[in-house]
Structure formats: structure tokens, C-alpha cells
Design a protein around this ligand. Structure first.
Ligand SMILES: CSC[C@H]1O[C@H](OP(=O)(O)O)[C@H](O)[C@@H]1O
Length: 351
């Protein structure tokens, strides 16, 4: 349900809590239209995550945290001192919205830990305080990791990005684009070549929007154009985000990332993964255990509401892939940088 919005969304406004309601920038229609959708019900927030109104691993976690606030408020209204039992179905509904981004489960687990400590009185204010903390901590983490990633770039150089790991995908500032923002401010980046990122086009619709909004030189390219650009010799780094990093440093990210990493290795180009530690899942040993989301093939068979493929054409639509740690030169987090990641190094990072 669209309602009056507190502001027109900027890249930093993926999720906004305003006067007791959660506002999500509708990323399905950006940049053509910049509109918020208002949410009062946790199950509707789960639907918004599933439909990619809000997307991007950290942003999904932030939205889910605010969804738990809505769940707590409605559970207390319905059951008062029995709210802890009443909230459970909404927590499960949020957790079932998308399978790959571990930040979703990390945020819900953190909210559950708080719930376990609360009494039978109205939990809304305390849950909101925690959701806001998750949001603020993510934004601060991205600024920190952005600066750490920028320090790795000798520059001035061109970089390639894939999908959107920007402010719109996070609590603000961005992960891969957080590194881009910090490195550009330091004079280390000349131009960003942004993969359009079929089929959902996060690159052409969101990354180009963000970088043009910030005045950072960006050139959009077809995903298939990255290899020949690498061959020209002008690219120093490929910089991407992540949805889940396994204990050994294997990285799940938008489909196409694995191919970029193989091409980068072939061309001697450095490959950087920027992500907060809420994206690291030390409970899985390798990328083989990361659930890869398959979305409706219709997202591939059509584009912009126009059918591309012939009727009855079969299609597959995995929306993530796994890049082995051996192809990753650096994992950059707010706690520090892991070069040539291994399980031992990831354990040292995560403590
Ligand atoms: C900063 S995490 C962004 C991450 O999430 C994107 O996937 P989706 O748009 O489907 O949520 C993509 O993998 C980005 O790298």
C-alpha cells in the first residue's frame, strides 16, 4: 500500500522507520520512479523481501529487523503478556522470505536473542531500539570497510562492479560501492564500469543511479563486456559485495560473480569482496553448503514487461553463484581485511 512518504528516497533510504511505520524504497521501479511503500505488518515486510522491493543482503537484514518490531507490536496488541508465543509465526515468515543472504537470519537471530531477555510487557520500544542499532551499525560498518578497501587500491585505476552492493543494498553507504566511494574520494578510482547484471538489472538501475547521484564517473556495460574490458589492461580491481561468506572464504554473490572472478584471475586483475561480518557464516564450512535461490524464470524470459523468449521456452534462473576462496584476493570487512582467505584466516577475523 503506497502512502504519503516522509521523503523521496535517496540511495541511503532503502529502509526508513518514520512515525511508527517502516518505509521501503521500492527498488523494483528505481530509478524511473523513486517511491516508498509503507509497512505496518511483518508478513507484508516478508513479502517485500521476497518480491525484492528491498534487496541486498544487509538491507534485507535491516528490513527484517524492523519487521520484527512490527511483529512485536501486533503480537502484544493481540496477546499482551502472551506476546512471545504470538510473535513466533511472524519470525518464521520473515525467515522464509529469501534463502541465500545470511544477514536475514543473522538479524532475526539477534532480535530473537533480545526477545528471550524481555518480560511480558509491551516489547515494541525495546525491539525498535535494537532494529535501529542494527541499521546504524551496518552503516558505520560500511564506512569502515569502505575505507579499509580503499587502502588496498594503489590507483588511480578503473574498477568493475557487478550487481548493486551500494547504499540501496545496505543500511547506507554500501559495501562494494562503499569501497568505491572511499577510494574515489581518495583519488584512487578514475571510472567504475558497472555490469548491468541480468536479469534483474541491479547494475543499470541501481548502481548507475547511485554513482551518478554521487558524481562518480560510471560507465554501464553488458555483463558479457567485462572480459574484453579486462583484456584492455585498464582495470585494476573487480569489487563486489556478498550475500554469504562461508568459513573457508567461499563467497556467494549475484549470478555472474564467479565468471568475473575466473576472468579476473586469467587477466591478473585483483578481486575484492566487500561485506560486513554479518555476511560471514562460520557455521558452514564451504560454499557448497550455501543455499542458492532460484527465482521465477519469467524474470529471465521477459524484460521490462516485454516477453523476449518464445512461448514455452524453458529457462533456469539461479540468482546467486559461489566464487571459491582461491579466486578471491581480499575479503574486506569492518573488522579488517583477509588477504587470500582461508578457514584459518576467517576464524582469526571472526574471533
Ligand atoms: C551488499 S549485498 C548486495 C548483494 O545482494 C545482491 O543480490 P539481490 O539484489 O538479489 O539481493 C547482490 O548479490 C549483491 O552483491
Amino acid at each position: 500500500m503506497k502512502t504519503t512518504i516522509p521523503t523521496v528516497p535517496t540511495p541511503d533510504d532503502a529502509a526508513v522507520w518514520h512515525e511508527g511505520r517502516l518505509y521501503l524504497a521500492d527498488q523494483r521501479i528505481l530509478p524511473e520512479r523513486a517511491e516508498f511503500i509503507a509497512y505496518d505488518v511483518a508478513a507484508d515486510v516478508a513479502d517485500a523481501i521476497r518480491a525484492m522491493v528491498v534487496r541486498g543482503a544487509p538491507a534485507i537484514g535491516v528490513a527484517a529487523a524492523y519487521g520484527v518490531v512490527l511483529a512485536g507490536r501486533s503480537a502484544y496488541a493481540a496477546a499482551t503478556e502472551g506476546w512471545k508465543a504470538a510473535i513466533e509465526s511472524d519470525l518464521e515468515c520473515l525467515a522464509a522470505s529469501r534463502p541465500t543472504a545470511v544477514n536475514l537470519f543473522w538479524a532475526i537471530r539477534r532480535m530473537r536473542s533480545l526477545i528471550d531477555t524481555l518480560d511480558a510487557t509491551d516489547p515494541t520500544d525495546r525491539l525498535l531500539q535494537e532494529a535501529i542499532a542494527i541499521h546504524d551499525e551496518d552503516r558505520a560498518a560500511n564506512r569502515r570497510l569502505g575505507d579499509l578497501g580503499a587502502e588496498l587500491i594503489a590507483g588511480p585505476t578503473n574498477v568493475i562492479t557487478h550487481c548493486n552492493a551500494g547504499a540501496a543494498a545496505t543500511g547506507g553507504y554500501g559495501t562494494a560501492l562503499g569501497v568505491v566511494r572511499s577510494a574515489y574520494a581518495a583519488g584512487k578510482i578514475v571510472r567504475v564500469y558497472a555490469d548491468e547484471t541480468r536479469p534483474w538489472m541491479q547494475g543499470s538501475r541501481l548502481t548507475a543511479w547511485e554513482l551518478m547521484h554521487d558524481g562518480i564517473p560510471v560507465t554501464l556495460q553488458a555483463d558479457g563486456a567485462a572480459a574484453s574490458l579486462m583484456a584492455t589492461g585498464g582495470v585494476g580491481w573487480v569489487i563486489v559485495g556478498s550475500d554469504r561468506i562461508a568459513a573457508n572464504g567461499d563467497v556467494a554473490n549475484k549470478i555472474g560473480t564467479y565468471g568475473l572472478a575466473v576472468m579476473a584471475k586469467y587477466h591478473g586483475i585483483k578481486f575484492m569482496v566487500a561485506a560486513p561480518t554479518s555476511t560471514v557464516d562460520m557455521e558452514i564450512a564451504s560454499g557448497a553448503e550455501i543455499p542458492i535461490e532460484e527465482r521465477d524464470p519469467e524474470e529471465l524470459l521477459s524484460c521490462g514487461g516485454r516477453r523476449l523468449a518464445p512461448a514455452g521456452c524453458d529457462a533456469r534462473n539461479p540468482v546467486f553463484d559461489v566464487t571459491p576462496a582461491s579466486l578471491v584476493d581480499a575479503i574486506v570487512t569492518e573488522r579488517g581485511v583477509v588477504l587470500n582467505p582461508t578457514t584459518e584466516k576467517m576464524r582469526a577475523l571472526m574471533g
